[in-house]
Design a protein around this ligand. Structure first.
Ligand SMILES: Cc1cc2nc3c(=O)[nH]c(=O)nc-3n(C[C@H](O)[C@H](O)[C@H](O)COP(=O)(O)OP(=O)(O)OC[C@H]3O[C@@H](n4cnc5c(N)ncnc54)[C@H](O)[C@@H]3O)c2cc1C
Ligand code: FES
Length: 253
C-alpha cells in the first residue's frame, strides 16, 4: 500500500448518476485488475474505496456512482485539483484462472473493474465476452470501452429499455435458446450482492467475484468489512475484494 497524490485530468458524467475520473500520478504500484484505491476527501474521516476501472499509459481511471457525500464531493472536483489516494489495495482478479474464454458479468457500477480486467485478459490472448446489467438504458456505461478492447458485449436492462429485459443471467438463458450459446470456461463478476449470489448458483463454471462491502479503515485493521467464507470470516479489503465462487458462503440479507 502506498499513499500518493494524483492530479485530476478529467472528471465528467458518463451515465445517469455516474462519473468517470482520470488521474495522473505515480501508478507504478497501483496494481492489476480488481484492486482498488482508497480516497481521502476533505472533511470526511473515512476514505472512500473505488475500484480501478482502467490503468493505461500512466493514467488511472475511476468510475463512480454518486450515492452520498463523498462521491457527491468527487463529482464537483475540477481538472487540476489533487486527490490523496492509498493505492495497491486488494488482491485483484486472477487472469491465469481462465484457460481460453472468459465471461465477465457486471451489474451497474460494478462494471467498472471489468474494463481493466478485459484489457489484461485480451493482452494474454483470451477471448472475452461481457454481460452488463443496468436498471435502464440511461445508466448504461463502459460498453464501448469494453468493445474497443476486443470484448463481445451484451446488455440487459431491468425495464427492457435496451438489450435483454431482465438480469445478466437472462442474457445467458436467451442465448442458450438461440442455438448460438455463449461459451466460456471461467467467469469474473462484480455488482450488487443479490446479483453475485444469483449468478454463482446459476453458473457451473469456476469463477471469481469482487465484493463491495462497506469499509472502515480499508487496509485490514478494523474488521468492519467481513464476509463469510469456507475458511471462516475474511476481510473484504485485505483478503479480497475478489473471492473464488466456491469459497464464499452467502448469508440471507
Ligand atoms: C473494494 C470496493 C470497491 C468499490 N468500487 C467502486 C467503484 O468502482 N465505483 C463506485 O461507484 N463505488 C465503488 N465502491 C462503493 C463506494 O466505495 C461507495 O459508494 C462510496 O464509498 C460511498 O461514499 P459516499 O460518501 O458517497 O456515500 P456514504 O454517504 O458513505 O453512503 C451513502 C449510501 O451508500 C451506501 N454505501 C456506501 N458504501 C457502500 C459500499 N461499499 N457498498 C454498498 N453501499 C455502500 C451507504 O450504505 C449509504 O446508503 C466500492 C466499494 C468497495 C468496498
Ligand atoms: S475495512 Fe477495516 S478491516 Fe476491512
Amino acid at each position: 500500500m502506498k499513499q500518493r497524490i494524483f492530479e485530476i485530468k478529467e472528471n465528467r458524467q458518463i451515465a445517469e448518476g455516474t462519473f468517470k475520473m482520470v488521474l495522473k500520478g505515480d501508478t507504478a504500484d497501483a496494481g492489476g485488475s480488481g484492486k482498488f484505491v482508497n480516497i481521502s476527501l476533505p472533511g470526511l474521516f473515512l476514505r472512500r474505496p473505488i475500484s480501478i476501472c482502467d490503468l493505461s499509459g500512466g493514467e488511472l481511471t475511476l468510475v463512480y456512482k454518486v450515492v452520498g457525500k463523498g462521491t457527491g464531493d468527487m463529482a464537483q472536483m475540477q481538472p487540476g485539483e489533487t486527490l490523496d489516494l492509498l493505492t495497491g489495495l486488494g488482491n485483484g482478479f486472477d487472469v491465469s484462472a481462465c484457460r481460453k474464454e472468459a465471461l465477465l458479468l457486471g451489474g451497474g457500477v460494478g462494471t467498472a473493474p471489468l474494463v481493466f480486467l478485459a484489457r489484461e485478459l485480451v493482452a494474454i490472448g483470451k477471448r472475452v465476452t461481457a454481460l452488463l446489467g443496468f436498471n435502464k438504458a440511461s445508466e448504461i456505461m463502459l460498453a464501448d470501452e469494453l468493445r474497443s478492447l476486443g470484448a463481445t458485449v451484451f446488455i440487459a436492462t431491468l425495464d427492457g429499455s435496451q438489450g435483454t429485459r431482465g438480469f445478466v443471467t437472462d442474457i445467458l438463458k436467451e442465448k442458450a435458446g438461440t442455438g448460438n450459446p455463449i461459451t466460456f470456461d471461467c467467469f469474473y463478476a462484480c455488482g450488487p450482492m443479490p446479483m453475485l449470489k444469483a449468478l454463482c448458483s446459476a453458473i457451473d463454471a469456476p469463477g471469481e467475484v469482487s465484493l463491495e462491502e462497506r469499509m472502515g479503515c480499508g487496509f485490514g485493521i478494523c474488521y468492519g468489512c467481513s464476509c463469510h467464507t469456507t475458511a471462516g470470516p475474511r476481510r473484504v479489503c485485505a483478503d479480497g475484494p475478489v473471492f473464488k465462487k466456491e469459497e464464499l458462503i452467502w448469508q440471507q440479507k
